[in-house]
Design a protein around this ligand. Sequence first.
Ligand SMILES: NC(=O)c1ccc[n+]([C@@H]2O[C@H](COP(=O)([O-])OP(=O)(O)OC[C@H]3O[C@@H](n4cnc5c(N)ncnc54)[C@H](OP(=O)(O)O)[C@@H]3O)[C@@H](O)[C@H]2O)c1
Length: 305
Amino acid sequence: MGSNGKHTAERYAVVTGANKGIGLETVRQLASQGVTVVLTARNEKRGLEAISKLHESGLSNVVFHQLDVLDQASILNLAKFIQEKFGRLDILVNNAGASGVVVDEEGLRALNIDPTSWLSGKSVNLVQGVIKQTVEKAEQCLNTNYYGVKRLTEALLPLLQLSPAGARVVNVTSLRSELKRIPGEHIRKELGDIETLTEEKVDAILRKFRHDLEENALESNEWALMLPAYSISKATLNAYTRILAKRYPYMCINCVHPGFVKTDLNWNTGIMTVEEGATGPVMLALLPDGGPTGCYFDCTQVAEF
Ligand SMILES: NC(=O)c1ccc[n+]([C@@H]2O[C@H](COP(=O)([O-])OP(=O)(O)OC[C@H]3O[C@@H](n4cnc5c(N)ncnc54)[C@H](OP(=O)(O)O)[C@@H]3O)[C@@H](O)[C@H]2O)c1
């Protein structure tokens, strides 16, 4: 730490799902601030294309490594690469995400839904015809947004624990995760009680969700109906963030809704730029020592889980 309170030592970061969207912009902003960043992408060609654009713009402190968060071998390869190249990790941005639905994009665009009713979830009935929650997509979504983050974080924790100033972990969540959006009081209570939350409880909640989805019982069992799998994947991601923050109090482990950003994930219906969307994740990745932990941020502001 320098006398001006800023980190002077080299910092090493990993950003997942960084070939485009908010992830790519997060890499760009972190690298611009002097952090050495491992840009990861599941597809090597897309990742290398992204990195060459950053190199062309003069950012040489960015390296590529393949990472598919659904593939344990790929996760272990990345951990080995970081161990051998840097010997530790200071920042992990879990950004990769999947929407978990099948979408008729043209149909969605034709509905011309205004952002306010999209964000509030009021358009849930309107979109039923164009956004479909299938079991297969739900599995992929939960495995990416919840279990993928968990698997990767666990694999990198030994390296994060070596960060001298206490690592920063940023989990990119969504406002769909907010507990007030889940109709079921029992689900809200269980996910919201940090004193009794455990990973086993979170697993049980996800098993029940899968069961209810297969039984076509999401509504009767009071799950959020706007992007059901996506919503619960991010609500459980927030719960995991809090469990981890409690377990590693010397790290800053937070989750952040980046805003409603125009990217492929929301079929480009968003209204913010990726530059704006990366502001929250970057702020949390660069938190000063003693900064907040175990919190949920709506862009750059602390908000209610
Ligand atoms: N855009 C918004 O308004 C908004 C709002 C709330 C939260 N978020 C969150 O922000 C994060 C970034 O999304 P975005 O909006 O920037 O969307 P995006 O441009 O579609 O980016 C998503 C990224 O995740 C990657 N990805 C998907 N599955 C993966 C896997 N198994 N392994 C590794 N990477 C994988 C994608 O790779 P491919 O290119 O190979 O598919 C892509 O790079 C997500 O976690 C999302 O839930 C976005």
